[in-house]
Design a protein around this ligand. Sequence first.
Ligand code: UD1
Ligand code: CA
Length: 484
Amino acid sequence: MDNLTVIVLAAGGGTRMKSKTMKVLHPVAGRSMIAHVLRAVQAVEPERIVAVVGHQRDQVGPHITSLVPDAVLAVQETQDGTGHAVRIAMEAAATRGEVTGTVIVSAGDTPMLRGESLRAFAREHTDSGRAVSILTGRVADPTGYGRIVRGADGSVVAIVEEKDATEAQRAIDEINSGILAFDAAFLARALPRLSNANANGEYYLTDTVSIARADGLTVGAHLIDDVSETEGANDRAQLAELGRQLNARIVKAWMKEGVTVMDPATTWIEDDVVLERDVTILPNTQLLGATVVREDAVVGPDTTLKDCEVGAGARVVRTHGELAVVGDGATVGPFSYLRPGTQLGATSKVGAFVETKNAVLGEGAKVPHLSYVGDATIGEATNIGAGTIFANYDGVSKHRTVVGAHARTGSNNTFVAPVTIGDGAATGGGAVVRQDVPPGALVVPGATQRVIENWVLRRRPGTKQAEAAEGATGAHGESVDPQQ
Ligand code: UD1
Ligand code: CA
C-alpha cells in the first residue's frame, strides 16, 4: 500500500517467559513469533517497516534484519510504554523521509495475525479518513487488556487499561488487540501530548484515542472475526497454546488442498512445509523446516522429517530424517534414521534399524535390515545384506565406500572404507572387505571355519549346555584337566 508505515513493537522484556531467549524470538510452527508478524506485515506491502527493539536487541535486531533487510530499527533504551516506543519509531522512520499517510502499530508477539486481516483493517482505516482505528476483539475473559469504552452513540471514546479501569469498565468485553491505525499527521501531533500519569507510570499509545476525540476527530473500531489472530504469548503455556492453534490452522489448510491427515491433533506441520495432493499423513508425525512431500506419498505413523524431500508414492514409516531425499516410490522404515546427505533413489529401500548418512542409493537399491551406511554410494538394484556396517571412520578421517550396480553382499559384512566393490560382485556372510573387489568377483570371508568336535562336553562338563549337546549327539565327554 502506498503511504503506509508499519511499526512493530518488540522492545519489551518478556520476563514471564523466564528465558535467555527474547520473547518474540521463541519459535512457533517453525519460525519465531516476530517472523510470523513480519510476514503478515509484509503481505500488506507497506512503504516502510519500523521495528522497535530494546531488551536483548543484540539478538532481536539482527533477526529482524535477516527477515526484512530494509526494516528500520528503532532503539528504545528504556521501556516507558507503547506511546514512548511509537514516538521513537516515528523519529527513526523520519530518517528515511517524511512519514505521511497511514501508520499501523502492531505488537511483535501475535503470531496468529493474518496478512489478509491486517490488509482489510488498513484499507478500512484509509477509506474511512479517521484519525485513529482500533482493531478490537470480543473475548470471554478481558483481563489484562485495554477496554474499548464507547459513548451513548456507540462511538469509541477511549481505551482504558486494566489497571486504570473502573469496575464497570472492567466488565467490558471488547478489547484493544494492540493493533491500531493512525493518520500519520495526527499521530505526530498526539505523541508529544501523551502523559504518564497513570497506574503504570507509562506513556500509553492508547491515550491517543481520547486525544483524537478531544480534538473533535473521528475514532473507529474494527471488530475482528477471529480474536485468536490477535492473541499474544506472554509465557510458555500461552506459547504452546498458540503453537497448537497455528498448527491446527496449517493442518486444516493442507487438508483443504487435498492432503489426508488421519489425526490432525498429533500431526505437526511447520509453516514452510509443502505437501502435494493425495499425500497421506499418519498419526504422530512432524513435518518440519523446508520438508516437501510429493503426490501419493504416505508418511507416518511416528515420523519426524526435517528439511527432507519425499518423492511421489514413497512410503516413510516410523522414521527420523533430516536433510534427506527419498526418491519416488522408495520405502523407508520402520525404525530408520536418515541423516543429512542421504539420497535414496527411486523405488529403493531402507529397512528396519538402518542408519544412513551421506549415502546415495541408486534406483531399486536395498539396505533392508540392521545396517549403518555412512559415506557410501550404492549402485542401482544392489542388495546389501542384513547387519552390514560401512566402516567410514578410521579414527581420524572419514572415507567413502562405493558399491556398484546389481551387487549382492552377504549378511554381517564390514566394508572398511575407502573401498570399492565392483558391479555385479558378491560377498559371503561375515566378510570384512578391506580391498577393492573387481566386478563380478566373489569375496570368500577370511578364515575357513574350524570345528572342534565335543569341545563343550570336555570343557563344560555337567552344565546344561553340555547336557543338551550330549542328548543330541549321544557322545560322552571325557573329563579332562580344566587347565588344558
Ligand atoms: C497493550 C495495550 C492494551 C492492549 C494490549 C493487547 C497499551 C498501553 N496497552 O497492553 O490496550 O489490550 O496491548 O495485547 O498500549 N512495548 C515496547 N516498549 C514499551 C512497552 C511495550 O516495545 O515501552 C511492546 C511490547 O514488547 C509488546 C507491545 O509493546 O510487544 C505491548 O506491550 P505490553 O506491555 O505487552 O502491553 P500490554 O500491557 O499488554
Ligand atoms: Ca501484552
